[in-house]
Design a protein around this ligand. Sequence first.
Ligand SMILES: NC(=O)c1ccc[n+]([C@@H]2O[C@H](COP(=O)([O-])OP(=O)(O)OC[C@H]3O[C@@H](n4cnc5c(N)ncnc54)[C@H](O)[C@@H]3O)[C@@H](O)[C@H]2O)c1
Ligand SMILES: O=CCCC(=O)C(=O)O
Length: 525
Amino acid sequence: MTILGQQFIGAEAVKGANGEIFGIDAASGSKLTPGFGGATKADLERACALAEAAFEPYRALPPEERALFLEAIADNIQAIGEELIERCMAESGLPRPRLEGERARTMGQLRLFAGVLRDGGFLDARIDPALPERKPLPRPDLRLNNVPLGPVAVFGASNFPLAFSVAGGDTASALAAGCPVIVKAHSAHPGTSELVGRAVQKAVKDRGLPEGTFSLLYDSGREIGQGLVADPRIRAVGFTGSRAGGTALMKIAAARPMPIPVYAEMSSINPVLLFPGALKARGEAIGKGFIASLTLGAGQFCTNPGLIIAIEGEGLDAFVRGATEAIAAAPAAVMLTPGIHRAYCEGTGKLRGHAAVELVGQGTEGGELRGQAAFFATSAENFLAHHDLQDEVFGASSLLVRCRDADEVAKVIAALEGQLTVALHMEAEDHAAAAKLLPKLERLAGRILVNGFGTGVEVAHAMVHGGPYPSTSDGRSTSVGSLAIQRFLRPVCYQDLPGALLPPALQDGNPLGLWRRIDGKLGQD
Ligand SMILES: NC(=O)c1ccc[n+]([C@@H]2O[C@H](COP(=O)([O-])OP(=O)(O)OC[C@H]3O[C@@H](n4cnc5c(N)ncnc54)[C@H](O)[C@@H]3O)[C@@H](O)[C@H]2O)c1
Ligand SMILES: O=CCCC(=O)C(=O)O
């Protein structure tokens, strides 16, 4: 395969004529060739028209057909081979093992959703049979299943150029749900996007699907991304990135004559609570483990442990010792883009100059494109007085909040914004204290984990990668794991429909062999 600077509009591969975007070699800052033409308004119009035309035939396909399509995408991504990894390493600065793992995760996600389609549980088929003799009023025959929303716009993320990008989780879940997808490529990895986009386009063609099932556009500014969200044919948006970007898209979606859901995953500092028993037993080891998680991928994880909360004492001193030793050996790491590196330096610069904050430890010195890991500390009192200390610093920067006692820990937790994850480090003796906090933590975050760190999200059925605002725009859902398909579905109830007009999932005789809830009871009748 060769990178030609093309976008994909249905079955066509075309170079955009609206400005030019270049991939940047993350390690050197030099331009990579070729240039990628930004989409014009006419390109956007055509992609939306094709997606709209594809919606009815695509959603009408049997789930097995969509499953085979997702598997074909996974196979095609694998078949790109070394070129994908090399281009992605150059554009992202991320190391080979990480990207090989991310590629496997991306293919695994696609295959997971193929399994979801074959299982059929996502349809949530329910039947309340008619009760014509019921007094005082008869009950009609009621049958429910989920239907896809319509074409979905997906904004690829900069920090996971494969698993949260062109054929990442948002695309996989939307396609599984029966929604055509238009991806707005992230300009941090246009070449990677083209390679993966071509793999998806080939799967569309090989499986004989409507061409508008998938399109991929580049945007030389913001106009095309914004136009995509505003387009009346788009019925939902998937996004991972900054709070500013996510909220801008939320505003556009809310201002449409017909507002649509935006599933934006934005900023999270992922608090880590260190309980006294755990600190006493293994404070230093937790400190080392924390730095390993903090510096993973130059800290560019939305699950990065950006806030540590603990009660002062010898155990916390041991934790700080372990952390400062480990961070001192952490090499400055290439960041995804010069802009992200700049934002990281601004964020850590602000903390370095903050009157209420002290620098506890740092990694080896950074450079023009490399981020220097940094570990700061403040008191609970100061943390509560300065709301800006909750701002996400995207990269390997974290803040320790020293508390005097459990009451202060509770106050700090009560003051936090919504989070993707909260991690608890504890021993059996800490369970009672943790139990008291759990109701608050459930209100705070989408995932509560013990004796670990949030980085490295498992793609699974029980995973939640979401959380209250501002970690996401809608804490009722997840962007990772099989539950993600629900974001692109809505329930429809069929009342007294003749059997022949019902969708197969709801027909008598259960032709799809699904588990269905009949009169409230799950069964395969
Ligand atoms: N929490 C996370 O997972 C996460 C991930 C990546 C980046 N970030 C944050 O975002 C910063 C910038 O990184 P980024 O470029 O990946 O994120 P970003 O939010 O700036 O951009 C993400 C995507 O949204 C588009 N976009 C952004 N603002 C827009 C607007 N107003 N209108 C239309 N489209 C818009 C961009 O073109 C891009 O495709 C980072 O420094 C970091 O703070 C957070
Ligand atoms: O950056 C957002 C996703 C984080 C993730 O998927 C992980 O930690 O594995």
